[in-house]
Design a protein around this ligand. Structure first.
Ligand code: SF4
Length: 453
């Protein structure tokens, strides 16, 4: 059924980074405001929105698989009163518009422009109301304004929220497609950001995550990233917001002033995701990362000196063209020094359109796979050691919800981004509590609540 209670229904499939999830939430808000209903799955929807990621080839292949699924579903549903429409947005929409249309996308929206989205919705609504339609019809569009941040991405009742502060990236790391599909950096107006955080605080939100491809290079109206953090500390003081995260951070742009502002304000979580990518200066230069391993390790030391106990996480890319065994070992030695709590680890895959695509000396797939395994094994050991060292501590946690594995347990998170499970009731969801950490199971600490808000 495409129509429920006389209203059109939608279903989202969102892939990729937190930015995509935040943008999907913003689109959802527009749908809700226009009276659309959320469908339980794509089969029950009148409009499926696939928000895509181009960072890895596997993510793109998956989307083509989903388009094939919906093309088959459309055939099956042919003749029903309310047709199924598929809208594709996100990075793939910019990169592969024509191919997406050939594979069954009815609408392609290159970036999330409010005016374009509402026009597409108006067309679909007209069709659902009985207007003529020559389906399947592809409409490719770009926003009429270069950028529009949605005024709110917040779901009613939710105690966590994402707040995009910028979009795009100017860095052109040689392996990365993002600057080509997301465009150059555009920063959001400070007043808009503060207004949104005030609104979220007014709704009882406890945790805010600032989002951007490279948040540390935020700069707008004379305000830089540490300035933005300082002001946010003032805006959130004496409000329900007790935690502010931000991601992602680029080591070349993370300033010592930012470290000082974080250290001086407990609202900033004692965790930072700082993408190192590699441990060899030669490979870092080939990646166009514009920092050295020494600089990265100095930053880690500065963060730990300013905020004892802070945890670090990262991204690691193995098998970049030209990577020798010696280069690779420098990743392992950097990991031993930096001691990440967790890492997103992946091996290099050439992306057409990036500078690294034409680089010689590609690493053999079997070598890449073997190196990735070694990195993962080392990271597992570090994760286990860091988490084990926490056993016996008491930690403040934000209770995120009921465990999917055991309805009598609650999943929580510390300000160091450690996951904790403790016995408790659903009424705790969204509350801060103190947990005594007692044991480790996989990558999850187990504990018991000692006090609640
Ligand atoms: S900083 Fe580099 S890796 Fe990150 S989005 Fe920008 S170009 Fe891509």
């Amino acid at each position: 059924m495409a129509m429920e209670s006389g209203k059109a229904s939608y279903y989202f499939e969102t892939y990729g980074c937190q930015m995509n999830f935040a943008e999907s939430a913003a689109l959802k808000l527009t749908l809700d405001e226009r009276g659309w209903n959320a469908a339980q799955d794509g089969e029950a929807a009148g409009l499926v929105i696939i928000n895509t990621c181009s960072v890895r080839e596997t993510a793109e292949r998956r989307v083509f698989g989903r388009l094939a699924h919906y093309a088959a579903l459309k055939k099956k549903l042919r003749g029903r009163q309310n047709p199924l429409f598929v809208l594709v947005c996100g990075c793939m929409a910019s990169r592969l518009g024509a191919k997406l249309a050939e594979n069954g996308a009815d609408f392609i929206m290159e970036t999330q422009g409010g005016a374009v989205f509402t026009r597409i919705l108006a067309e679909i609504e007209a069709r659902l109301a009985g207007a003529e339609w020559q389906a399947p019809q592809m409409e490719r569009d770009v926003p009429d304004a270069p950028l529009s941040f949605a005024p709110s991405h917040h779901e009613a009742g939710s105690f966590r929220a994402f707040v995009p502060i910028m979009r795009g990236c100017d860095n052109f790391c040689s392996y990365c497609i993002v600057p080509y599909v997301r465009g150059r950096e555009v920063c959001r107006e400070p007043a808009e950001i503060f207004g949104e955080v005030r609104m979220l605080a007014g709704r009882g939100v406890r945790e805010v995550t600032l989002l951007g491809q490279n948040v540390n290079s935020y700069s707008k109206d004379g305000l830089d990233f540490p300035g933005l953090l300082e002001e946010l500390a003032r805006v959130t003081a004496d409000t329900p917001v007790r935690r502010v995260h931000f991601l992602s951070s680029h080591p070349k742009d993370l300033s010592l002033r930012t470290v000082r502002v974080m250290a001086g304000n407990p609202v900033f979580c004692r965790h930072i995701h700082l993408c190192v990518q590699h441990g060899s200066n030669r490979i870092l230069a080939a990646m166009n990362r514009r920092y050295t391993r020494e600089h990265f390790l100095e930053l880690c030391a500065a963060l730990r000196a300013a905020m004892p106990g802070i945890t670090l996480s990262t991204d690691i890319l193995v098998g970049f063209p030209g990577e020798t065994e010696q280069d690779f070992r420098e990743i392992l030695s950097l990991m031993e020094e930096a001691r990440f709590l967790y890492a997103y680890m992946y091996h290099y895959n050439p992306r057409e359109g990036t500078a690294a695509f034409s680089l010689p000396d590609r690493v053999e797939p079997s070598v890449k796979a073997e190196r990735l395994t070694r990195v993962i094994e080392l990271q597992r050991r570090h994760t286990a050691e860091l988490l084990t060292s926490r056993i016996g501590d008491c930690a403040e946690v934000l209770v995120e919800g009921v465990s999917r594995k055991n309805g009598g347990e609650m999943v929580c998170r510390t300000e160091r981004d450690e996951m904790v499970v403790a016995e408790g009731g659903a009424h705790l969801t969204g509350a801060f509590a103190t947990v005594r950490l007692e044991s480790l199971s996989g990558n999850t600490l187990r504990g018991c609540f000692t006090s609640e808000e």
